[in-house]
Each structure stands twice: as structure tokens, then as C-alpha cells.
Design a binder for this molecule. Structure first.
Ligand SMILES: [Ca+2]
Length: 541
């Protein structure tokens, strides 16, 4: 899809700094293109699944020509905290962004370090950190979550609307950044897609393509939650109960679309109609009308959800293909390290859920594909425990820059070079804070090792322990099994060790910073939220 005239004009004025000397030598250090989608589950990429749910040939090409990380995870599975962790190389409790609160852009970030180290830096697409981007030579971001069609963007010069579909536009803007960059230095571009975030609005072509498909059901769609903590039963992110009429793209009564009210600018009454979570839906099949309820309705909701989600993913894959073509044509493929990942995992009906947040694998794990031509062996895979916490140090390593000592991850570059450090981590720490919060998902922290997982819902003092080897779907909570007492004790000790090691002193355990990312970015930053009085880590028994 072509860039609109408006966006070309916008971009020319946005970039505006093309060096006079175009024919400069190829930079020795590689460019870094970091592509991140929003809520793209690893199991919606055929390189990971063999195509069980969908085919993503262009994203798969990154795996075929590079390395596929099979155990990459986030340390706090929601949008804003993940983005803050990627920029800072620090856990939420140290970068001050545990929930949907405004990121303090005055703190050190990998973008600032790369910029100071000689990289031309850019940020295009979904930012969702509340404050203006810092450390970027050029940026153009969606305000808050942004919208799918004809989205507004914010730039250093102000706000503008670009006509078209958001995934196409963000790709166009990324291409323009690369096209107009100074050619005498390497670039670092963060290209962040909005898709496939809720409410999963595809482009018309892919919507039509997926509308008639029947998607295989998740193996744990009908999970009865037996043996698990109350958190699963209490959460409001279920396919059965919590998808709205808007999510399901139901057609409102004509009477509600009157006057100035439209689907894009709904009146309060229409908004209220869209927000309802229906307990029965009338459908028409073969000319016959039928009202769905109960399990039939759950199956129907799952199909509607997955058709649109996967269609959004297909739009991303199409656009990765366009990026590939551009980079091939311009010679950039030979000297650019390309990353593809997501900011968090996502439930695709797994455990009967949508959304993320929980420390269960589908939400905790993200896809990570990296193509580094001439360095990474094509088609290689890696099962080391990798984290979004590691990305900042990885970028700096690739750029030949030394990371500051207070970053908390570790460079993944050795794996890209085909090495495996003998002392690589064998466990990691996770913490989710947004409780009370969206979807009523209970706050929790935990440890995941190579083989097991222990989760503490610290506000309710409930626990879960899973043997990931025997029970990869995490259906059997072994926490209270007497035969597992030794393993539970070992995992509790490891959890406390890690909590101390990452300097989590319960900075945000009792009070969340106020929300601040869904309005327009502002140029003033609040002071770092004050930590509550020091207290000993929650005692685990
Ligand atoms: Ca996200």
C-alpha cells in the first residue's frame, strides 16, 4: 500500500535532514531495526506453530534467515511496563513504570545511549508511555493506544491525522525514516505496531479473508480452573463472559446511529450499547436466524475474536513483507540487524481467556526472531531463558557500546553469534501490579525456572506451582501436593533470592502510581513515585 500524499508531506517535514553528502561509505556498525507488535502471541506465528492457527510467511522469513528464540519472556506482562523495561533495561520497580503510569523520560534509556554513541535514532508507531519520547532524533507516535483507521499521530511539531490503516501507515513511516536518514551513521529504529491490540480491527482485505475461516479451538478453551488460585475464577478476561459487543463487532440497532452519532463517533447511548457483554447473540446461517447461548455462544465468540485477531496479524505479516522488499531493494538487508517481537504475550482462548497479565506461559512468553546477516546462522533456534529486560543491553552490545552497570538484563548477542554462555540464567523473576485494574486480574509475582513455575498472589496469599515438563498447559496446581513440598520450598527460596537480587523492595506493592498514558503526552514529568517505607519482603511459607 502506498503512503498517502499527506503522510509523505508530513514525513518530509518531519525528517527534514537529508545530508548533502549522500555517497558516504557503508557504516561499519550495523543498523538496528527493532520491530515490535502489540499483543502478538508467539502461537500466532507459523514459525512457532507450524501453521496450526495461521500462516505468517514474512515473519517466518526472519526465523529462516536468522534465529528463533523459543523461550523469551517479559517481566511484567502489560504494554506500558514492558516498553519501559525495554528502554531502560530495568524492572518496573526501578524504572518507575509498574502500571499504566507516565514514564519518566529524563532517566537513562538505550535510545539516548545509542544516540550518544553515534546512532541516528527514530521511534515510529505505538509508544504508550505518556511522556514525549526522549533520545530520538525523530519520532512520530500514536497518542495513547491510537486507533486503527485514519489515526492521529504526535510529532515534535504537533498533532496530525494520516488517512489509511494504521499498520500500513506505521510501515510507511518506518520506510520513510530509513529513506531519509543521514547516510553517514548507522540507525536505530523502533518500529512499533498497534496491531493486533484489542479491539482487533483488521484491514478490509484481511477481514474478508478470515471472516469465513473456522479457527481451531485452543486446547484449554474449556479449562475448569480446578486446583488453581481464585485469580482465574475472578478475572474478567474470559472469552465466555467478558468480550463486548464492540470486540465482537456486532451491528448496533439503526435507531442508535442517528444525528451526529456514527460508528467512529458514537453517542453515549451507542457507546453504552457497544460496552455490553452479551449473554445471547442472534446470528443468521443459511438464511435461518438462530439465537446462541451457553457453550455455543462461547464457541461463536471465540471464532469472532480469533478471526479478527489473526486478520490483524496478517496485516502485520503483509507489511513485514513490504519492509523486506524495501530493505532488499535499497541494500539495507545486508547491514541491518532486524528484531521482531511483541511487548507481551496473549491468550488466544488458552484457559478460556483473552488478554495477558497472568504469569501463565501464553501471556508471559513472547516471540523473538532476530536476523543478523553474516553473524547469525540462518534457521538457528535457542531455548535459553531470554527476557525483554535483555534487549537494551543486546542493542548496546551490537553497537559496540558498553552498558551502564545498573541495567539488569544481559546481552543476547552471544546467542546471535552462535555462542552459549555457560553461566546463563536458569530462572527469572516476574511481577504484575495492576490490581485493582483492568480485567480484575490479581496482582502476583513469581519465579520461572527451566522446568517449574511458582506464583504468589501476594494480596490474597494464594499460590500456584506447576511442573512445566509434565504439565506444559499449567492445568495442575501442585502447590499443596505433599509430594512436591521439597520443590515448593526450593522455588520459594529461589523466588526470594531473585526478588532481592533485582532489588525489588515492594516499591509498588501497596500503591500504584496514577494512570497517565492514555491522554496526550505532556512535556513535564512527575517526580519518581515515592517508595513506601522499606519493609521486609513478604514472608513466604
Ligand atoms: Ca501489549
Amino acid at each position: 500500500m502506498k503512503t498517502t500524499v499527506l503522510s509523505v508531506l508530513l514525513f518530509v517535514s518531519w525528517v527534514g535532514r537529508v545530508p548533502a553528502a549522500a555517497a558516504t561509505p557503508q557504516p561499519v556498525r550495523p543498523n538496528i531495526l527493532f520491530i515490535m507488535s502489540d499483543d502478538h502471541a508467539y502461537h500466532a506465528i507459523s514459525a512457532y506453530t507450524g501453521g496450526r492457527l495461521n500462516q505468517t510467511p514474512n515473519i517466518d522469513r526472519l526465523a529462516h534467515e536468522g534465529i528463533r528464540f523459543d523461550r523469551c519472556f517479559v517481566v511484567n506482562s502489560i504494554c506500558t511496563p514492558s516498553r519501559a523495561t525495554i528502554l531502560t533495561g530495568k524492572y518496573s520497580h526501578l524504572n518507575g513504570t509498574p502500571v499504566f503510569n507516565r514514564f519518566d523520560g529524563t532517566q537513562p534509556t538505550v535510545a539516548k545511549m545509542l544516540q550518544a554513541g553515534g546512532y541516528h535514532t527514530g521511534m515510529v508507531g505505538k509508544w504508550h508511555l505518556g511522556s514525549d519520547p526522549t533520545g530520538f532524533d525523530d519520532w512520530i507516535i500514536l497518542p495513547g493506544q491510537g486507533i486503527y483507521n485514519n489515526p492521529a499521530f504526535l510529532t515534535p511539531a504537533g498533532r496530525t491525522v494520516i488517512k489509511g490503516y494504521v499498520t500500513d501507515i506505521i510501515t510507511d513511516l518506518g520506510i520513510e525514516f530509513m529513506n531519509k536518514r543521514p547516510k553517514d551513521k548507522p540507525f536505530f529504529l523502533m518500529l512499533h505496531h498497534k496491531a493486533p491490540h484489542r479491539e482487533w480491527t483488521p484491514d478490509p482485505k484481511n477481514r474478508a479473508k478470515f471472516a469465513s475461516l473456522t479457527i481451531p479451538e485452543a486446547p484449554t478453551l474449556w479449562d475448569d480452573y480446578a486446583s488453581r488460585a481464585d485469580a482465574l475464577r475472578e478475572c474478567e478476561q474470559t472469552i465466555a463472559r467478558d468480550l463486548t459487543r464492540r470486540d465482537l463487532k456486532l451491528t448496533p440497532p439503526a435507531a442508535l446511529i442517528t444525528g451526529t452519532s456514527t460508528l467512529l463517533r458514537p453517542s453515549p447511548a451507542l457507546q453504552q450499547w457497544f460496552a455490553v457483554t452479551p449473554t445471547e447473540v442472534e446470528i443468521e446461517a443459511g438464511g435461518v436466524k438462530k439465537t446462541l447461548t451457553g457453550p455455543d455462544l462461547v464457541r461463536w465468540k471465540y471464532q469472532r475474536y480469533m478471526q479478527d485477531y489473526l486478520a490483524c496479524v496478517q496485516g502485520i505479516d503483509d507489511n513485514i513483507g513490504r519492509l523486506y522488499d524495501y530493505m532488499d531493494r535499497t541494500g539495507l538487508l545486508t547491514n541491518t540487524v532486524i528484531f521482531y517481537c511483541a511487548d507481551n504475550g496473549f491468550f488466544l482462548g488458552d484457559h478460556g481467556l483473552f488478554d495477558k497479565r497472568f504469569m501463565y506461559e501464553e501471556s508471559l512468553r513472547i516471540p523473538l526472531l532476530v536476523r543478523w546477516p553474516g553473524v547469525t546462522r540462518p534457521g538457528s533456534t535457542n531455548d535459553a531463558l531470554a527476557l525483554n529486560l535483555d534487549f537494551a543491553q543486546t542493542f548496546l552490545d551490537i553497537a559496540g557500546l558498553t552498558p551502564p552497570p545498573d541495567m539488569q538484563g544481559r546481552s543476547l548477542a552471544p546467542f546471535l553469534r552462535g555462542e552459549r554462555p555457560a553461566d546463563w540464567r536458569t530462572s527469572f523473576y516476574y511481577r504484575y501490579y495492576h490490581d485493582p485494574g483492568d480485567h480484575n486480574t490479581r496482582a502476583h509475582y513469581g519465579v520461572r525456572t527451566e522446568t517449574h513455575k511458582l506464583i504468589s498472589y501476594w494480596k490474597t496469599n494464594q499460590w500456584e506451582m506447576f511442573d512445566l515438563g509434565k504439565d506444559p498447559a499449567e492445568l495442575h496446581n501442585l502447590y499443596s501436593d505433599p509430594a512436591q513440598a521439597g520443590m515448593v520450598a526450593t522455588l520459594k527460596a529461589e523466588l526470594l533470592r531473585l526478588k532481592k537480587d533485582v532489588r525489588d523492595e515492594d516499591q509498588f506493592a501497596t500503591a500504584q502510581p496514577p494512570p497517565g498514558v492514555d491522554g496526550q503526552p505532556v512535556k513535564s514529568f512527575p517526580a519518581q513515585p515515592k517508595a513506601p517505607p522499606a519493609r521486609s519482603p513478604k514472608r513466604v511459607k
